[in-house]
Design a protein around this ligand. Structure first.
Ligand SMILES: Cc1ncc(COP(=O)(O)O)c(C=O)c1O
Length: 479
């Protein structure tokens, strides 16, 4: 085939002239993808890491044909993390909804740009209206609240803190160079690393993130929070924000939001709630009270890419006072057509050009509905209860704390710390050898095994099987 012919068939012709070829091409790749995903339980949840030869990734001078590309993709599939395996329990990486896979594909196909209304006339409005519904689900005031969608939780936390800093120090125009006051962010020892990373990026500095101790449930210790606020105020430092967490990364704990909100309000400090993980509880009437107090937050970050099963990335950032956020953040871009009803989203987000991540969220919501989400999220809770009931009978296992969500940390007890570490690392390897993946975070200097019970195809039999493996591993160690 001549090169011109080949290139022509790599784009969808707007006059249907190559529709058959494109349909065939897409069908071949979809079949290959579905072959892999529908057989996910026959590959390991985590592939053995192997370094691939650099030729594998070389850029060809001539475009390759379909079978050569599919052969490359086979290697990719075989060497990829496999969250579709129902024994993949290790991280907050969910299996994506089918509609979010379609949403990602359609968003790429129409290739609109969330930068401006002109470049995404339907999708900008969709994002606005969907976000308004989420502000209501989080019970923020309908008159003043609003928000944006961004690519991932770290970006959401960063933007929340940038707005909080600009408001607290009034440095949107001048920057921090002439600021004599030391800014401080308060967050718990169990909060996500993106808080510290944000401080580094924002010129606040890692050392000015004051870590608050945790209680036995890995929630922020309220007395320590108050003491540290008092200490910094006495030194003339300026608090930028308190970052509370609803669903900590390692233990799934939810900070005491009503009390923290009261402390924030009393001291007039911005309250950001990182509900990246636990925010999904808004869909669960039976557990929603765990988020009580979140409605007092100045900003909330939430990742539908986690417990709402939307394909990565998809995160949102909500503000109690949206107009104030716009004042404290907006950078106008004169090359974009000015709008009256809808602000061009690129002016109020860190990203400029942006994928329409809202589409896969919307399609997932349309296809699952709030009742469906309630069932899905409850499934994780049920598995979590099943596991805690079963391990209560295994005297050699300890839990880090009673799980508050579907994130559970456990390990084998041992007198000697070194021995305990080796034993638990060996246990993780043993489970992986038997096809079950749990992660091994180091938390507060100690190794734990961590499960996130997200996958709708993980069932009670798998939890029972896992507990049997715990017992056999322990028996084998004992003999
Ligand atoms: C509590 C919490 N906050 C923030 C993040 C960062 O989100 P992302 O990985 O999407 O940047 C995570 C990631 O796991 C998290 O668990």
């Amino acid at each position: 085939m001549k090169i011109e012919e080949h290139i022509k068939n790599l784009f969808i012709a707007p006059d249907k002239s190559n529709l058959n070829i494109i349909e065939e091409t897409i069908a071949l790749f979809v079949t290959q993808m579905l072959d892999y995903l529908s057989n996910a339980n026959s590959s390991a949840p985590l592939p053995l890491f192997r370094k691939l030869p650099s030729e594998e990734f070389s850029i060809p001078a001539q475009g390759m044909d379909i079978s050569a590309i599919q052969s490359k993709l086979n290697t990719l599939y075989q060497n990829s993390m496999n969250p579709a395996n129902s024994r993949y329990l290790g991280h907050m990486d969910s299996i994506p909804t089918v509609y979010s896979i379609l949403g990602e594909m359609i968003a790429s196909a129409i290739n609109n740009n969330m930068l401006s209304l002109e470049m995404s006339p339907y999708l900008t409005q969709l994002e606005h209206h969907l976000i308004q519904q989420f502000t209501q689900l989080f019970e923020l005031s309908p008159e003043t609240s609003g928000g944006i969608i961004v690519s991932g939780g770290s970006l959401a936390n960063l933007q929340a803190l940038v707005v909080a800093r600009n408001q607290a120090l009034n440095v949107k125009d001048t920057g921090l160079c002439f600021n004599a006051q030391i800014p401080v962010i308060f967050t718990s020892e169990a909060s996500h690393a993106s808080v510290v990373k944000s401080a580094m990026i924002m010129g606040i500095g890692i050392n000015n993130v004051t870590k608050i101790k945790c209680n036995h449930k890995y929630q922020m210790d309220l007395e320590d929070l108050q003491d540290k606020i008092k200490f910094h105020l006495a030194k003339g430092h300026v608090p930028i924000a308190i970052v509370a967490t609803a669903g900590t990364t390692v233990t799934g704990s939810i900070d005491s939001l009503p009390e923290i909100a009261e402390i924030a309000q009393k001291n007039q400090i911005w309250l950001h709630v990182d509900a990246i993980y636990g925010g999904a509880l808004i869909f669960l009437p039976e557990h929603k009270q765990r988020l009580k107090g979140i409605e007092f937050a100045d900003s909330i970050s939430f990742n539908p890419q986690k417990w709402l099963y939307v394909a990565k990335t998809c995160s949102m950032l909500l503000f109690k006072n949206y107009p104030a956020m716009v004042d404290n953040f907006r950078i106008s871009a004169p090359y974009m057509k000015e709008q009256t009803d809808f602000i061009n989203l690129g002016e109020i987000t860190i990203q400029g050009s942006r994928n329409a991540e809202v589409l896969k969220l919307w399609l997932s919501l349309l296809s699952i509905g709030t009742d469906g989400y309630r069932q899905l999220i409850n499934h994780g809770y049920n598995l979590s209860h099943k596991f805690t009931r079963l391990v209560a009978k295994l005297a050699f296992i300890e839990l880090i704390t009673e799980p508050e969500t579907n994130v559970i940390c456990f390990r084998i007890k041992a007198e000697d710390t070194n021995q305990q570490e080796q034993l638990n690392i060996a246990l993780q390897e043993y489970l992986l050898k038997h096809g079950v993946f749990v992660s091994v975070p180091r938390f507060n200097g100690q190794i734990w095994l961590r499960m996130v019970l997200l996958n709708p195809f993980t069932d009670e039999n798998i939890i029972e099987e896992l507990c049997r493996y715990l017992q056999t591993f322990y028996d084998e160690c004992d003999t």
